[in-house]
Design a protein around this ligand. Structure first.
Ligand code: GLC
Length: 672
């Protein structure tokens, strides 16, 4: 292939007039990768032969994914022209790639399962609340290493709108960093410093909406016809009302409805989240090209994992809830193909907090198998974990987790106890009914329990977005706030503190022992309580999720050195768990977690069958001793097991049972 040939007319930009967008007609002949290579010729012309060859090989490998992904969404001719334009963008990004990152691409191509390895441990935080700014974060890398972190998710760092901005999820400028946090130069420096220490930087890419102050929105308001087509605008309520019939509300409390009237535009704007977060129109291929370019831009700044924020909402369809539409997966596939061509060290994480049946598609099923996101949040595990702790019963969790469809072996779950968001009780009514529960009643119980309204509950959560129409009450609060540690410490009750700590360890053990990347939400490693002053910062008062987003109290963090403090005990316990995990190949994410039959309703048995041997996780979610039959262990070839967490032999009763202490977690492997 001669890369120095001149760029052809295929590169002419046909998207400046999208109003004349072709409609689906006769499928045109597929565009051959050769045409795509011609499109790439100019940007690649200055590169060495082996680099050009690398690009060519990748292009051949991933072209079908790109082409088919786009053709599934756009009319054929539109898709084909867009594909060539994207290849040109990819070639440019490839040519501009920093040598350190190009080397990482090569390394990751040799180790494509890098993110599935049990050494992975995530940490998620706001840069400013953790360490002031990006330079401050760089200075705290040692702290992260002490915990065993290999993946750092910094909450939105790109320039948001002024004032309330949904924790940074209302982006006004994707190409600059929040002024108080630093610059792109600081970000590159940080990503490089992290990489040297084996930590991958994770950043958000907000794909579904921009701030009403973003230039696209401003240009649309100023009358730019092209930019109007970046959004969903309606002159009257006819279409919005038709959609509203089947759309849920994300923030019924402070942002009811899904459309906002804009005076300048004389239109209703689609705003799924807040009125100042404008949904972008992915049916417009121009929007696709903008985001593909942003993906490449962020990857070249050293971002190794892109968290695709609110991805479920990208495609709208009348008569549906406009979530999880098949086009979302085709779009992701095409974006992924671009990344695989230009910067394969970067991977995708889907932020789709949706029901299990919809969730699994974000990993890629059917034609999208292993072609979309590499990571996705295990919302079901998170919700069921809290449900088990509240009910002291694993029956529902076993049912729901067992019902999850299999995921591609090349992907990994993000497992977690808490994140920056509230907890919505995603309990499936059918799962509940299958174990004799009423889904609505159980959700009500969980909201009561975790807001502390349920008699005897040790939890101190806050109700978020109570929706009188659906009865939903989501919950905010830190792990310590929800698990009872906060209350136990306030009450000066040493026994309750002990029990809460044991529960914390159990919860972390389940999350760390599932397989995938466990992500610790900042402060949980120290047992930080809810922030009582959450409402005081400007723009926060209506959003109590800020109660579990405290600033890092570094004086308190210093207590981690002292094992006799709660902070010291918890930090050590979590760091030890991470270190133990890193040495257990059984926890590689390619191996599925299977729920075994439940013998005692207080004990969740999770089996991981790996060629190196089995690992049986046993989790007692009650405050009492509970049994597990030794015969099951014998059957698995784990007749003489060791608990990998403690290194001890578990308690064998004379009655043929293994006995688990209150809130105990065991990772049983064959003794040597
Ligand atoms: C995601 C974020 C959440 C935000 C929403 C809108 O769900 O996690 O914090 O409110 O997207 O961007």
């Amino acid at each position: 292939m001669n890369f120095s040939r001149p760029v052809t007319s295929l590169l002419a930009d046909p998207w400046t007039r999208i109003s004349g967008m072709p409609t689906a007609s006769q499928p045109a002949a597929p565009v051959a990768p050769e045409a795509a290579l011609r499109a790439a010729a100019k940007p690649l012309s200055g590169l060495k032969h082996h680099q050009q060859e690398t690009f060519e090989l990748r292009l051949h490998r991933w072209w079908p994914d790109l082409s088919e992904g786009l053709r599934a969404v756009y009319p054929t001719e539109v898709a084909d022209t867009l594909a060539l334009r994207l290849v040109k963008l990819a070639a440019k990004a490839f040519a501009d790639r920093d040598p350190e990152l190009a080397r990482l691409d090569a390394r990751r191509t040799l180790e494509p399962d890098w993110f599935q390895h049990p050494r992975m441990l995530g940490y998620a935080t706001y840069a400013d609340r953790f360490a002031g700014d990006l330079t401050g974060v760089r200075k705290k890398i040692d702290y992260l290493k002490e915990l065993g972190v290999t993946y750092l998710h910094l909450m939105p760092v790109l320039q948001p709108r002024e004032g309330d901005n949904d924790g940074g999820y209302a982006i006004a400028d994707y190409r600059s960093i929040r002024t108080d946090l630093g610059t792109f130069k600081d970000l590159r420096k940080l990503s490089s410093a992290l990489r040297k220490e084996g930590i991958s930087l994770v950043l958000d890419l907000v794909l579904n909406h921009v701030a009403a102050e973003h230039t696209w929105a401003e240009q649309a308001r100023a009358g730019d016809a092209n930019k109007r087509q970046y959004f969903y605008l309606y002159p009257d309520r006819a279409i919005p009302d038709a959609y509203e019939r089947t759309l849920p509300e994300v923030f019924p409390d402070f942002a009811p409805g899904n459309f906002t009237w804009d005076e300048d535009l004389q239109s209703w704007v689609w705003t799924t989240f807040n009125s100042w977060q404008w949904d972008v129109n992915w049916t417009n291929p121009e929007v696709f090209a903008e985001y593909a370019d942003l993906v490449l831009f962020l990857a070249n700044a050293g971002v190794e994992v892109l968290r695709l924020d609110a991805i479920a909402f990208l495609w709208k369809r009348l008569g549906t809830n406009s979530q999880n539409q098949p086009e979302v997966h085709a779009i992701t596939q095409a974006l992924k193909a671009i990344v695989r061509i230009a910067c394969p060290a970067t991977i995708f994480k889907a932020e789709a907090i949706v029901g299990p049946a919809d969730l699994v598609h974000y990993f890629g099923t059917g034609v999208h198998h292993a072609k979309v996101s590499d990571l996705a949040y295990h919302n079901t595990l998170m919700v069921q974990l809290w449900s088990m702790l509240a009910a002291g019963d694993v029956t529902l969790a076993a049912q729901a987790l067992r019902a999850l469809p299999p995921t591609p072996t090349t992907t990994a779950w993000i497992t977690y106890l808490r994140c920056h968001d509230d907890i919505g009780w995603a309990i499936d009514d059918l799962d509940a009914a299958a174990v004799g529960l009423d889904g609505f009643e159980h959700r009500r119980f969980l909201s009561d329990y975790f807001s502390g309204a349920f008699s005897g509950s040790p939890a101190d959560g806050l109700v978020f977005q109570a929706n009188p129409d659906t009865g939903d009450r989501r919950i905010s609060g830190t792990t310590a706030g929800l698990i009872g540690l906060q209350k136990a410490r306030q009450d000066y009750d040493p026994e309750a503190v002990q029990q809460a700590l044991q529960k914390e360890l159990l919860a972390h053990a389940l999350v760390f022992g599932w397989g995938g990347i466990p992500v610790v939400w900042m402060g949980d490693e120290l047992g930080l309580p809810n922030d009582p002053a959450w409402a005081e910062e400007p723009g926060h008062a209506s959003d109590n999720r800020w109660t579990h987003r405290p600033a890092m109290p570094w004086a308190r963090a210093a207590l981690r050195e002292d094992p006799d403090t709660v902070e010291g005990w918890l930090f050590r316990a979590i760091a030890d768990l991470a270190a133990t995990r890193a040495g257990l190949p059984h926890l590689h994410a390619s191996v599925p977690a299977q729920i075994l039959p439940v013998h005692d309703n207080g004990v969740l048995p999770v089996l991981r069958r790996h060629p190196v041997g089995d690992l049986l996780g046993l989790y007692n979610v009650t405050g009492e001793w509970r049994p597990y039959p030794l015969s099951v262990l014998d059957g698995l070839g784990l007749g003489d097991p060791v608990d990998a967490i403690t290194g001890d032999t578990p308690n064998r009763g004379e009655d043929g049972n293994l006995w688990l202490p209150p809130y105990a977690a065991h990772w049983l492997v064959a003794g040597s």
